[in-house]
Design a protein around this ligand. Structure first.
Ligand SMILES: Nc1ncnc2c1ncn2[C@@H]1O[C@H](COP(=O)(O)OP(=O)(O)OP(=O)(O)O)[C@@H](O)[C@H]1O
Length: 268
C-alpha cells in the first residue's frame, strides 16, 4: 500500500513564560528563561493512501498541533513528517485574512496554491455557492461569525481538490444543515479514495466516517488502530474521566506527563 502520511517521533516543544519580562529576557540573554512544555512527545503514525484517520482526545491533547505540523503551518521541534502530495487544512481559524473580503480570500488562497486567473474564475462561483455566504462574500472576513468563517474555509478547501484534506473541528461551529452537507462532501471524497484527517470531539461523526483513529493523550499516542476499537476504548475512558474529581484528573495527567518525560530523557 502507498503511504500518504508518515509521522516519526514528532515532538513539539513550547516555552511557557512567567509574564512578558521573561519572554523578552529569553530572547536577549543567553540564560535560559521559561519552562519547557511538550505539546507533543514522540508521536508516530502512518496513514495509507485513501485512509480516513480521526484524531481524538480531550482538550489540549495536541490534535490541532499535530494537524498544523502535518499541514506544514507549524514546524515540529524534532522528528520527521512525510506527506505525499498537497495537504490542505480546514480549521475554524484556517489562514483567512481578516481584513480581506471572502471573495478576496478565495482569490488569494487559489493564487497561493498556483491556480491561474482562468482557473480561479471557474472555481470562484463554485466556492461561493458551496459556502452559502450570499452577499457576505463581499464583506471583510472580520465581520463573519465563526460558523461563516468555517463555511468559507471548508468551501475553498474542498473546491481546490487537494490530495490530502485535514479537517480540524470545522464541522463543530457551523449549523446542522451545513455540517450535514460538509459530511456528505467528505464522504464523496472518501469514495474517491482521498486521504483525510478528521479532528473532532464527536465519537458518532468519527464512527460514520473514519477507518482509523489516533487517540492523543496529553501529547502522546495512547492508541492508534481501527476506528471501532479505538473509539470503544476512548468512550470508556471519557466516562471514567467525567466521573473523576479535579484532583484525580490532575494526578492522572501528572502520571502521563511523568512517563512522557522519562521516555524523552531516555531518547535524548
Ligand atoms: N503557541 C503555543 N504556545 C504554548 N503552548 C501552546 C501553543 N499552542 C498550543 N499550545 C499548547 O499545546 C497543547 C496542545 O494544544 P492543541 O491545540 O494542539 O490541543 P487540542 O487537542 O487540539 O485541543 P482542543 O481539543 O481544545 O482543540 C495545549 O496545552 C496548548 O495550550
Amino acid at each position: 500500500m502507498e503511504k500518504a502520511i508518515v509521522v516519526k517521533n514528532v515532538t513539539k516543544k513550547y516555552k511557557l513564560y512567567n509574564g512578558n519580562k521573561e519572554r523578552i529576557l529569553d530572547l536577549i540573554t543567553p540564560k535560559n528563561y521559561g519552562e519547557d512544555f511538550y505539546a507533543l512527545s514522540n508521536v508516530s503514525f502512518e496513514a495509507e493512501k485513501g485512509d480516513v484517520v480521526g484524531f481524538i482526545g480531550i482538550n489540549g491533547s495536541g490534535k490541532s498541533t499535530l494537524s498544523n505540523i502535518i499541514a506544514g503551518i507549524v514546524p515540529q521541534t524534532t522528528g520527521t513528517v512525510e506527506v505525499n502530495g498537497e495537504a490542505s487544512l480546514i480549521a475554524v481559524s484556517a489562514g483567512l485574512k481578516n481584513d480581506l473580503t471572502g471573495r478576496d480570500n478565495i482569490e488569494l488562497k487559489c493564487l497561493m496554491l498556483g491556480f491561474n486567473k482562468k482557473e480561479i474564475e471557474k472555481l470562484e462561483p463554485e466556492i461561493i455557492e458551496f459556502s452559502e455566504l450570499g452577499k457576505f462574500i463581499d464583506q471583510p472576513v472580520k465581520s463573519y461569525s465563526s460558523g461563516m468563517k468555517s463555511r468559507l474555509g471548508f468551501a475553498i478547501s474542498v473546491s481546490i481538490n487537494p490530495n490530502i484534506l485535514i479537517i480540524d473541528e470545522a464541522l463543530s461551529v457551523g449549523d446542522k444543515a451545513f455540517a450535514a452537507k460538509s459530511l456528505e462532501k467528505m464522504k464523496e471524497f472518501k469514495r474517491m479514495g482521498k486521504t483525510m484527517i478528521f479532528v473532532s470531539h464527536s465519537i458518532s461523526q468519527m464512527k460514520q466516517f473514519c477507518d482509523k483513529v489516533l487517540w492523543l493523550e496529553f501529547g502522546t499516542v495512547k492508541e492508534y488502530g481501527p476506528a471501532s476499537e479505538v473509539l470503544k476504548k476512548y468512550d470508556e475512558f471519557i466516562k471514567r474521566w467525567k466521573g473523576m474529581s479535579a484532583k484525580e484528573r490532575e494526578d492522572y495527567k501528572a502520571s502521563v506527563v511523568e512517563k512522557q518525560r522519562e521516555l524523552l530523557t531516555i531518547k535524548s
